[in-house]
Design a protein around this ligand. Structure first.
Ligand code: 1HE
Length: 265
């Protein structure tokens, strides 16, 4: 029995709202700037488990002034090394479910997107940031290290050299800069992140499901394969997607001039 869609509880750490084929998951700890506690990670996990089958896209957003202040630092002082490893691994499990789940995820970002908040945003397939957003990795200043997969995911987005410089110097990128270095895909005026995310979600939900699956699951795999393996994976994935009835219908509709053309941007 889904615990979230029917009656979202206002005090839940993550809220789930449904809008047609889109599930909007909102971090809901604004008083603590959506600092990511283990409880919040578990709440995110529950939402992913409860996603109705009708959902085709997830939008990840947050209540309050900031997307997320990162790791809940109040959890750090009591952790020994072994607990630290398990702590990171608990994050990895849920973040992995976001990135390699059933449906694509769009992050709608505003305010602080820092530390673990940026690691979380890096799991999304599409990132939209409004102009209030800023991005930092203050782990160096706090005497800790990335522990939510950022060494891998953020480095893949902007290169490990930029991550190194961000972490060593405490550099913060604004929304415009984040867009230019490829940390985000869209920069929009303040307060318009959700509208843009919903517009993109509608488009993604309109794609054939097997195409979305291949984009989410095959592309990252191919990026890590040697060329010969990558080309083989691509060819197999292409053969599978184009054999789907949805592909046949869509291609036939285009050939019969019943489908829209690609428009100039
Ligand atoms: C927190 C946290 C937190 C706020 N853990 N409690 N992350 C950081 O180093 C970022 C730390 N946070 C900040 O720099 C600022 O809070 C913000 C720039 C995000 C927002 O500033 P502001 O002025 O709006 O809020 P505030 O007054 O600093 O914080 C409001 C409350 O949230 C306050 O608690 P209160 O009980 O005094 O009201 C803060 O203590 C609390 N709060 N951020 C715990 N992060 C898996 S490894 C990942 C490693 C990392 O993420 S390192 C980066 C950690």
């Amino acid at each position: 029995m889904p615990s979230h869609p029917a009656a979202p509880q206002d005090d839940a750490l993550v809220l789930m709202k449904l809008a047609g084929p889109v599930a909007i998951l909102e971090l809901n700890r604004p008083a603590k700037r959506n600092a990511i506690s283990l409880g919040l990670v578990q709440a995110l996990d529950c939402c992913l488990t409860d996603l109705p089958a009708s959902v085709k896209v997830v939008i990840l957003a947050a209540r309050g002034e900031h997307f997320s202040a990162g790791l809940d630092l109040s959890e750090v002082p009591d952790m020994n090394a072994a607990q630290g490893v398990h702590h990171s691994r608990a994050w990895y499990q849920v973040f992995e479910r976001l990135q390699f789940g059933r449906v694509p995820v769009i992050a709608a970002l505003h305010g602080a997107v820092v530390g673990g908040g940026l690691e979380l945003a890096a799991c999304a397939h599409v990132r939209v940031a409004d102009e209030t957003a800023y991005f930092g990795l203050p782990e160096g200043q706090r005497g800790i290290f990335l522990g939510g997969g950022g060494s891998v995911r953020v480095s893949k987005l902007i290169g490990f050299s930029r991550v190194t410089e961000m972490m060593l110097t405490g550099r913060v990128y604004n929304a415009d800069e984040a867009f230019r270095i490829g940390l985000t895909h869209h920069a929009v005026p303040p307060g318009q992140g959700m509208a843009k995310a919903l517009e993109l979600a509608e488009r993604i939900a309109g794609n054939a499901e097997m195409s979305n699956f291949a984009i989410m699951h095959a592309l990252p795999l191919i990026a890590e394969q040697p060329m010969s393996h990558g080309l083989m994976t691509e060819a197999l994935m292409a053969a599978i997607t184009q054999s789907e009835p949805a592909a046949k219908q869509r291609v036939e509709a285009f050939l019969a001039k019943r489908a829209p053309k690609v428009e100039r941007a």
